[in-house]
Design a protein. Structure first.
Length: 311
């Protein structure tokens, strides 16, 4: 009798297993984990740090519908109570149609925020049936200089060659943007003060969003239909990098711009290493910029800049 019950028990368990639902179908997206790549929550002690994320997405071995769309979203939340610093709600940082692909690979290069705060990045894949899969991480930035009356930071800028070039600098917050998030976001457009623009022979210049060179590179900057174009004024100074380092008050930063006798311009000449520029934004915020390094190739020139900008 006992063996009969065991037989029926095994039969019943087999039937239940065969009726159990398959795991929900849909697209799959995964980070690629390797040394030097960002794929999980991190605390960053280098404000403005350059980071790289790589990911792959597929249709689960062809068992799901084709891929239709890939998006990257981010929101920045400051630690301080100054809500004007927050670029929330969520920013659509990147959006690409996948045209029914079965697999997708993407490498995301970006600069972390420079102020103390958090940024949440979310990467989402959508298939042709509307099913989704997503991955994300939270970055926490600690900047010991956040309590100063001016904001010092260092970031890389890449000349506006194409829509992925991180060429636009929101000077107050130290955020660097490629073209895509700027195209249809008036709030972000209004935050951009300087753009790194390519020049002849692999050189680069810094320009106000109102300058003709930015308009000429509109597709690469995402500036074709900006609602707001900040009229940033630029002056070339005779300061050395050591003198730049010694300017540690808001008043002294402002004084540099005011005492330079040369007229303000909307675009510089070709930048040179260790050059120090002064700038003043549309809302009367003054800053200094040290060209620390020029790098890249003739086709893709770039610069690392150090900035001090008044609050």
């Amino acid at each position: 009798m006992l063996s009969r019950f065991c037989f029926y028990g095994l039969l019943l368990s087999g039937l239940l297993a065969s009726c159990a639902p398959e795991p929900e179908s849909g697209p799959r997206i995964e980070f690629i984990g390797a040394t030097g790549l960002t794929s999980n929550d991190r605390v960053l002690n280098t404000p403005g740090d350059s980071l790289v994320t790589r990911l792959v997405a597929d249709t689960r071995d062809g068992k799901s519908a084709s891929l239709s769309r890939f998006t990257i979203t981010v929101d920045y939340t400051p630690f301080d109570a100054d809500t004007a610093r927050s670029n929330t709600p969520e920013i659509l940082y990147f959006d690409q149609s996948l045209n029914g692909s079965d697999a997708f690979y993407y490498q995301h290069r970006f600069s972390a925020r420079t102020l103390s705060g958090r940024e949440r990045w979310t990467f989402k894949i959508v298939d042709t049936e509307g099913k989704t899969s997503s991955r994300g991480y939270l970055l926490t930035v600690n900047n010991p200089d956040s309590l100063r009356t001016y904001h010092p930071y260092q970031v890389p800028l890449f000349a506006a060659r194409n829509a992925t070039s991180r060429s636009s600098l929101a000077a107050r917050d130290g955020l660097v943007f490629p073209a895509f998030p700027l195209k249809a976001n008036p709030g972000l457009q209004a935050s951009v003060d300087l753009v790194l623009v390519p020049a002849a022979g692999g050189a680069v210049t810094l320009a106000s969003p109102t300058d003709a060179s930015v308009l000429a590179a509109a597709d690469a900057v995402g500036a074709g239909s900006w609602v707001t174009r900040n009229a940033t004024a630029l002056k070339t100074t005779s300061l050395s990098p050591t003198q730049f380092d010694q300017l540690t008050t808001s008043a002294r930063i402002t004084a540099v711009f005011d005492t330079v006798s040369a007229p303000a311009v909307t675009a510089t000449e070709a930048l040179s290493k260790d050059q120090v520029l002064a700038f003043r934004t549309t809302n009367n915020r003054t800053g200094l910029l040290h060209v620390k390094t020029l790098f890249g190739t003739t086709a893709t020139p770039a610069a690392i800049v150090r900035v001090k900008v008044n609050e």
